[in-house]
Design a protein around this ligand. Structure first.
Ligand code: 26Y
Length: 824
């Protein structure tokens, strides 16, 4: 129904083609005679972009006039992937584009794959932010994303001799989706000093001066909603030297090189995305990035607010700012600085406004990922902010002292300043103290947030400040775009694609679980998706796999806590069992392909050795004629969003096997089940809620529970640690050199055998391989398997990011949608 008021569409195929051709000939100045796929992509993107811009401008105008409360989502990462396919879908012209491109001699799939991923993120947190933008626009919430315009996104991964090699991702050569706003700039200060004086009324004034100025330039990207005309804005800041091209004074003084060096130093701030996603390294440049981005975004937000001429006390009624992890926590002292130093508000009012404005989402309880900035570094780079942080801390500790006069030890525990050498600012505490709501991203995780890292704060502020919003994924990209044929099958039964806007409607397909035709098509779709991945694997990795095998997939960042090592040890175990089987027994074996994919942080040695082990095992197993198709091992290079769109629909089983209590939520688990794959997983993160939704019979859980982890770890050190015997055999095989030089794997094995097995690989090993056996058996009954997968898909409605965003809007932001006007 929404189509009839969509001004975004092209009316006819001819109109679309004419626009594509016009852009190729005039915007790109290319002859149609040498129009390749790259040019077809550019022409298509530009033609579509014209339509998007109209709605984008309209939406922004409407929001300016209506001036509703807006949501600002501050995230250092947005893993957007490709934009064209999504734009075509949301503009509502998939058929027109497909037909038009065919008439011009191109396959839509080929054209779409010309686009480079916008890979401005590491993994789950960044992709979550991207899904949220999609839902915010789709649900008509007036919302902006704020981030950095990195010149280099997450590195490209190449595998050389079985090792990861990082290659820079320079992605901006041709990016039709961004619009430079050279008129929207903000001067950002670093370093310098603070001068204090009393004005005539005796009020203390602080002036931050004599710093170094860097310019922030805005680049905007349109975020179209699905089935709505709302097109929101993602604003990315780029850093530039404040004096433009180069410093003329220096230039005239003959210091040409110095002036250019200044410029390069300024531009370094937004040059590269930090590729770490679990270990906080406390690098000065990263702190600079954080402040640069927070300060530019807040200036922008405040500027917009001030246009409305409302009183400052209205600020939290007009502005909700969500902090995606602690990375933007400096926004808290920055807002205080603006309110106190620049706007002249009193402390209490400024603090109340600040607290009411911010919400903080935590994504991890693992201590090594919690940000702590050294006090001397903050003092040097942001002297005024350090004062404000100390002031905030002082007020807070006074409050704690009044509330718990008998618990003096608590003061040191909850202080924003850690009394280490050097002292450090605990950003998570600052985020909690400066926000009105703190949320975790799945139920178990939110419980752990309340009972472990923020336990004291729950007592201080009461339980209501801490809440849960279980993560979700956008069904537009992760069902419709990634798996168009499954989307079409569902639509054919539900009478249209409304389920893409209301994913709970999926429950209606459970009625077709016994429908012969439906089952046949569902199974054919899964097979076709597996075939597609098999073809891709052949083409890119040069490995032949049989799509009739069970496809077992683990794709995510490589981490000890995510336990890819458990998976590959399991694979080795399987290989050893196969090797000692009689030919008779081998005939009964369920053939399997184990796919892995994911990047390791460049400095994370252990993770890199896991990648190496996977590749070495693959080399041996895949070339073992004796084993043939019974087992294959594939490492899919350079896992990213666009590859996930091929990989996700192709699983029979996917692995989400983190040590219980370590994976905050996980989101690929949701994607795989939604696409008709089952899960092997631990009782961790959102796996638990997936189990609740799909039913225990439709998921394969194994392993120790989160509440037992502490005791098990304790036991490793103080009890008698017994290595699982099957795992011991795996280690003996590795040590014997079966998979090449075992030297690189020493650390991996030792971490389990000698260093306490922190991630409980040995404790969970038996349960893991037993469960894999169950899966082999269950898979042989294809009918029962199919029933499980269809049932599971039909029960996944809860995991839409639309549900998730509605929860944030109601519980945390208190914002309402602003639907587009009906077209006249
Ligand atoms: C401080 C810095 C080193 C850092 C940079 C990035 C720390 C963490 C991160 C990213 C964390 C991340 O991606 N977390 C994931 O967030 C997802 C969305 O909530 C969760 O589903 C997933 O479990 C969690 O690991």
């Amino acid at each position: 129904a929404w189509r009839k008021f969509s001004a975004k569409e092209f009316k006819t195929t001819e109109e679309f083609e004419a626009e594509v051709v016009r852009h190729i000939e005039t915007t790109l100045a290319r002859s149609l005679f040498n129009c390749d796929e790259a040019a077809a992509y550019a022409g298509t993107a530009l033609a579509l972009r014209d339509r998007l811009i109209i709605e984008w401008n309209r939406t922004q105008q409407q929001q300016t006039f209506a001036d509703p409360k807006r949501v600002y989502y501050l995230s250092l990462e947005f893993l957007m992937g490709r934009a064209l396919d999504n734009a075509i879908l949301n503009v509502g012209m998939k058929d027109v584009a497909e037909k038009g491109l065919a008439e011009l001699g191109f396959r839509m799939e080929d054209v779409i794959s010309q686009e480079r991923d916008a890979a401005l993120g590491n993994g789950g947190l960044g992709r979550l932010a991207a899904c949220f933008l999609d839902s915010l626009a789709t649900l008509n919430y007036p919302a902006w994303g704020y981030a950095l315009r990195y010149r280099y996104g997450i590195f490209r991964q190449e595998i050389v001799d079985g090792y990861q090699v990082e290659v820079p991702d320079y992605w901006l050569d041709f990016n039709p989706w961004e619009f430079p706003r050279h008129d929207v700039t903000v001067d950002i200060q670093f370093y310098g000093s603070v001068r204090k004086y009393r004005d005539d009324s005796g009020k203390q004034i602080s002036v931050w001066e004599n710093g170094e100025i860097v310019k922030a330039v805005a680049y905007d990207a349109p975020i179209p909603g699905y089935g709505t005309r709302t097109t929101n804005n993602l604003r990315l800041w780029s850093s530039k030297a404040s004096h433009g091209e180069f410093d003329f004074t220096k230039f005239n003084a003959g210091e040409y090189e110095a002036s250019v060096a200044d410029q390069q130093r300024a531009e370094t701030i937004s040059a590269v995305l930090y590729p770490n996603d679990s270990l906080d390294r406390g690098k000065e440049l990263r702190l600079k990035q954080q402040y640069f981005w927070c300060a530019a975004s807040l200036f922008d937000i405040v500027r917009r607010f001030k246009k409305s001429k409302k009183a400052w006390k209205e600020f939290p009624n007009q502005v909700a700012i969500q902090l995606n992890d602690t990375h933007p926590t400096l926004a808290i002292p920055e807002l205080m600085r603006i309110l106190l130093d620049l706007e002249g508000l009193e402390w209490d009012e400024a603090w109340q406004i600040t607290q009411m404005t911010f919400g903080y989402t935590n994504h991890t309880v693992m201590p090594e990922a919690l940000e702590k900035w050294s006090v001397p570094l903050v003092q040097h780079l942001l002297p005024r902010h350090l004062q404000l942080i100390y002031d905030i801390n002082f007020q807070f500790l006074q409050f704690v002292e009044r509330s718990f006069p008998k618990e003096r030890e608590m003061l040191g525990r909850v202080s924003i300043i850690e009394e280490s050498e050097p002292k450090r600012v605990r950003m998570a505490y600052l985020a909690v103290i400066g926000s009105h709501k703190v949320n975790g991203v799945a139920e178990l995780h939110s419980d752990l947030v309340r009972t472990t890292i923020f336990k004291d704060f729950v007592r201080i502020y009461g339980p209501d400040k801490f809440t849960n919003v279980t993560n979700g994924i956008t069904p537009r990209r992760w069902l419709h775009q990634a798996n168009p044929r499954l989307s079409a099958l569902i639509a054919s039964k539900l009478g249209g694609h409304e389920f893409l806007r209301d994913l709970n409607l999926l429950h209606k397909i459970e009625a077709y679980v016994d429908d012969k035709e439906f089952r046949k098509e569902f199974q054919a779709i899964k097979f076709a998706n597996k075939k597609r991945l098999a073809d891709y694997t052949k083409e890119v990795q040069g490995i032949t796999v049989d799509p009739h095998s069970l496809f077992d997939i683990q794709v995510k960042r490589i981490h000890e806590y995510k336990r890819q090592q458990l998976n590959i040890f399991g694979v080795i175990h399987r290989y050893l069992e196969l090797k000692e089987m009689s030919p008779e027994d081998r005939k009964k074996v369920q053939p399997r392909v184990s796919f892995f994919g994911g990047k390791a942080a460049p400095g994370y040695w252990m993770a890199k050795m896991v990648i190496h082990l996977i590749n070495q095992v693959g080399k041996v197993v895949n070339n073992d004629k004796d084993i043939g198709d019974l087992l294959k091992v594939v490492f899919l290079e350079d896992y990213n969003v666009s590859k996930a769109e091929i990989i996700t629909p192709a699983s029979d089983i996917s692995e989400h096997i983190s040590t219980a209590g370590t994976e905050a939520s996980g989101t690929s688990n949701m994607k795989f089940v939604l696409n008709g794959g089952l899960i092997i997983g631990t009782c961790d993160g959102a796996n638990i809620e997936i189990t609740r939704e799909v039913g225990e019979d439709n998921i394969f859980l194994f392993g120790n529970l989160s509440e037992d982890v502490d005791d098990l770890r304790h036991h490793h050190f103080y009890g008698d640690f017994q290595l699982d015997p099957s795992l011991k055999r795996v280690f003996d095989t590795i040590r014997s050199g079966t998979f090449g030089d075992s030297g690189p794997f020493t650390g991996l094995v030792d971490s389990i055998v000698d260093h306490g097995d922190y991630y409980l690989v040995s404790d969970d090993f038996k349960s893991y391989i037993d469960t894999q056996k169950l899966i082999d058996e269950a898979y042989k009954d294809q009918d029962a398997w199919l029933t499980k997968t269809i049932t599971a898909v039909s029960r996944m409605g809860f995991f839409s990011s639309d549900r998730c965003i509605d929860e944030y809007a109601e519980m945390i932001w208190n914002v309402e949608p602003l639907p587009p006007p009906k077209e006249n």
